[in-house]
Design a protein around this ligand. Structure first.
Ligand SMILES: [Mg+2]
Length: 260
């Protein structure tokens, strides 16, 4: 199937499940709206994708981009006039009008020293410090050395000695974050604020993502919305699948051009 054919099939499933309700969109960023690059800063958001996403809210379909990146980082891709909401740091970094009152703690500094020491044999691996969360990236490590760095990081993650923090492997990344951070919880909060507590009946929420952290979004909407997994990852709680960002772009374009 071409990306356009995949998108057409998923569009039909969304419209059928919506049963007359407007779809609202919750989308991950990396691997979902944009393909991966060797370095997160090398990623480019195609203009048509930004434009199509930006057209959805004025057509009655609110948009949330929910990412592990910081919100400031996300904003560099979407610009100041983007009409959707950007929430970063796995659901910890909110726009001022939606922000929860409690500020999560940052991971302890001693962990950072331990990590820097551990990563010394792999100079291509690096720690992205996003305040309340960290991301350890090793996509740029030569392929034949990636298993070793992953094993070392798994040992590091297993030895974390604070129960209020969690570590989770994603696509060439180890995320370290407060256990309270959860994309599913963030999605529900956003829906209650933007749509209202009646969201399961008022709208059809469509959650789209490629990574393990996105499974929390799929679980949050299970039975009350639709999950779309992007790429080949399995198992998943999503009920629909698109092969990659190109197919996601085609789906968004179809809803921007022809709202149901
Ligand atoms: Mg992703």
């Amino acid at each position: 199937m071409t990306p356009a054919e995949e998108a057409a099939a998923v569009r039909r499933a969304v419209i059928q499940a919506a049963a007359g309700r407007p779809p609202v969109w919750a989308l991950d960023f990396d691997g979902t709206l944009v393909p991966f690059a060797d370095h997160p800063a090398a990623v480019r958001l195609p203009d048509p994708v930004r434009r199509d996403l930006g057209r959805l809210p004025s057509r009655g379909m609110p948009v949330l981009v929910l990412s592990g990146r910081s919100r400031a980082d996300l904003a560099t891709f979407f610009g100041p006039d983007f009409p959707g909401d950007l929430v970063g740091n796995h659901g910890l970094d909110w726009p001022p009008d939606l922000a929860p009152p409690d500020v999560p703690p940052a991971p302890p500094a001693v962990w950072r020293r331990r990590l820097d020491e551990l990563l010394r044999p792999w100079p291509e691996a690096w720690v992205e410090d996003k305040g309340a969360t960290w991301a350890v990236h090793w996509r740029a490590v030569p392929q034949h050395r990636q298993d070793a760095v992953r094993t070392a990081l798994a040992q590091f993650a297993a030895a974390l000695d604070k129960p209020d923090f969690a570590a989770r492997f994603g696509n060439h990344v180890l995320d370290i974050f407060p256990a309270a951070a959860n994309k599913g919880r963030a999605l529900k909060r956003w829906l209650e604020r933007r749509v209202g507590t009646d969201w399961p009946r008022a709208v059809l929420v469509v959650a789209v993502g490629d990574d393990l952290t996105d499974e929390d979004m799929f679980a949050a909407v299970e039975g009350r919305g639709l999950g779309i997994i992007v790429g080949a990852r399995a198992p998943t709680r999503a009920s629909l699948r698109l092969s990659g960002p190109e197919a996601v772009a085609a789906l968004l374009r179809s809803f921007a051009e022809a709202p149901p």
